[in-house]
Design a protein around this ligand. Structure first.
Ligand code: GLU
Length: 487
């Protein structure tokens, strides 16, 4: 392989970009970038009823968010446009015309009812439902009669009899299909719109695509496409069908296993670089032990030889682990920017974020950063900062404050906080250190009651963050609730 590699991602805009589609896009992108080739993005919108501009926008935006750009295609232009199938109808019509002329395709006038009856008959005999060729050899007279009746017509491809169609798949090896099991299939529908199997062949060929990487669900389409390449005298690309994505329970990935659209992860505050890393591991396995990769590292290491045939398993816990580890390594400013909309929605941030307020938010986010699996969780972890009526999370926490030395700890701490000049994580560390030294109680007997007094919880951010995030006044308010009871 060299820089003549041309791949494409060809989504149907019938919904948002899904995990599976994003993974196909990524594998194509990686191959193109690895070999210095090109990636094209085009839109397969022949399903007029289900296609929408909104889905198209969502898909393109999600791709760019993941960091997957393209060299040619929709919104970008290039020498092989247009890049929406509905804008290329003349190309398909001309090719269909040629196939009709040579007899490799023919008009079919069968009605829905006739086709349904045929399907039933096939199934009753235990055969694969397929078109049995009723209109294969209509005479001109018969055709005229059916036309005169005003019947709708489609164009079907004449599948050669008794052939083995071999898909030489770069992931699966040779997969053999018998042409007799296929049945003449529709290439142009009655409204003049081509079917996917027909349009995709012309587009891939005209756009010079050398490698088609797509999901396994398309494997059964490939023999149909190969027959068309043959009939049209076109050079076939290499094919690689990437395995299905299953849930942990081995059933097909669905919403039960986690959100299926990329935008859902984006809107929960997953990082694109973590998601892309996770997607790469759905079917591709790196040579070494390391599982965390930047896009550049993936480009270097990616190869189709290491793409597995067996199904990939979507494990949301793994994604959360991976995303958490990216969050921990990310600059706190970026995490804060991502957190602000969630904090706003929770009512924790209102109005304009002034520079001072921003610095404070950053300290607060820093205090919980290592606990986040995805940024939306920030509101759960920071809610301790927003209600000064501290509630004990459970009896165990309440019991911590019943210990005999607690009052002494609270008072000594109050004294130190009142005297401290400025509260920062550094100065809070100093206060805590001095306090344990002075009280001679040992860390736990000092820190746990303070933590519980200030937050009502036995776990949470480091105390030296909690103190400056709350600030002197609110620390004193919270302490007073404990000390006050006993005064
Ligand atoms: N439009 C197809 C889909 O969204 C892609 C088919 C292909 O890659 O050939 O599934």
């Amino acid at each position: 392989m060299d820089n003549s590699v041309v791949v494409r991602f060809a989504p149907s805009p019938t919904g948002p970009l899904h995990i599976g589609g994003a993974r196909s896009a990524l594998f194509n992108w990686l191959l193109a970038r690895k070999y210095g080739g090109r990636i094209i993005v085009r839109i397969e919108d022949t399903d007029l009823e289900r296609s929408s501009t909104e889905s198209e926008e969502n898909i393109l935006e999600s791709l760019l968010w993941l960091g997957l750009d393209w060299d040619e295609g929709i919104k970008k232009g290039g020498e092989h446009g247009p890049y929406r199938q509905t804008e290329r109808l003349n190309i398909y019509a001309e090719a269909a015309g040629k196939l009709l002329e040579t007899g490799q395709a023919y008009y079919c006038y069968c009605t829905e009812e006739e086709l349904e009856a045929e399907r039933q008959a096939c199934m009753a005999k235990g055969e694969l439902p397929r078109y049995l060729g009723k209109c294969r050899s209509l005479s001109a007279e018969e055709r005229n009669r059916l036309e005169a009746e005003g019947r709708k017509r489609v164009i079907r491809f004449r599948v050669p009899d008794d052939e083995n169609v071999i898909v030489q798949d770069l992931v699966r090896g040779n997969v053999i299909f018998e042409s007799n099991g296929i049945g003449d299939y529709v290439i142009v529908k009655s409204d003049g719109i081509p079917t996917y199997n027909f349009a995709v062949v012309l587009d891939d060929s005209l756009m010079g695509v050398t490698h088609v990487i797509r999901g396994e669900e398309h494997l059964s389409n490939t023999p149909r496409q190969l027959l068309l390449y043959n009939a049209l005298g076109l050079k076939t690309p290499y094919f690689a069908h990437v395995s299905l994505i299953l849930g942990k329970d081995r059933s097909k990935m669905s919403k039960r296993h986690g959100s299926t659209s990329i935008e859902a992860y984006r809107s929960k505050g997953y990082l694109p670089e973590a998601l892309v890393n996770f997607l790469a591991l759905l079917g591709w396995s790196p040579a070494g032990e390391e599982e965390i990769f930047t896009l550049e590292e993936m480009v270097e290491q990616f190869s189709l030889d290491r793409v597995a045939k067996n199904p990939a398993v979507f494990d949301i816990d793994k994604l959360n682990w991976l995303n958490g580890s990216y969050i921990r390594k990310t600059d706190v400013g970026r995490i804060t920017d991502l957190a602000i909309p969630f904090l706003r929605e929770a009512g924790y941030v209102t109005g304009e974020v002034t520079p001072d307020r921003y610095e404070w938010l950053k300290m607060m986010v820093l205090s919980v950063q290592e606990k986040l699996e995805y940024v939306a969780q920030v509101t759960e972890h920071t809610k301790i900062y927003f209600d000064d009526h501290v509630k004990m999370e459970n009896e165990e926490a309440a019991a911590v404050l019943e210990e005999p030395e607690v009052q002494e700890v609270m008072r000594a701490f109050r004294q130190k906080i009142t005297e401290a000049e400025e509260l920062t994580p550094e100065s809070a560390k100093g206060v805590l250190k001095a306090l344990t030294k002075e009280l001679k109680l040992g860390g736990k007997k000092v820190y746990m009651p303070l933590r519980v007094a200030l937050t009502g919880q036995m776990h949470g951010p480091e105390l030296f963050y909690i103190i400056p995030v709350l600030g002197r006044d609110r620390v004193l308010v919270r302490l007073a609730q404990i000390i006050g009871l006993k005064d």
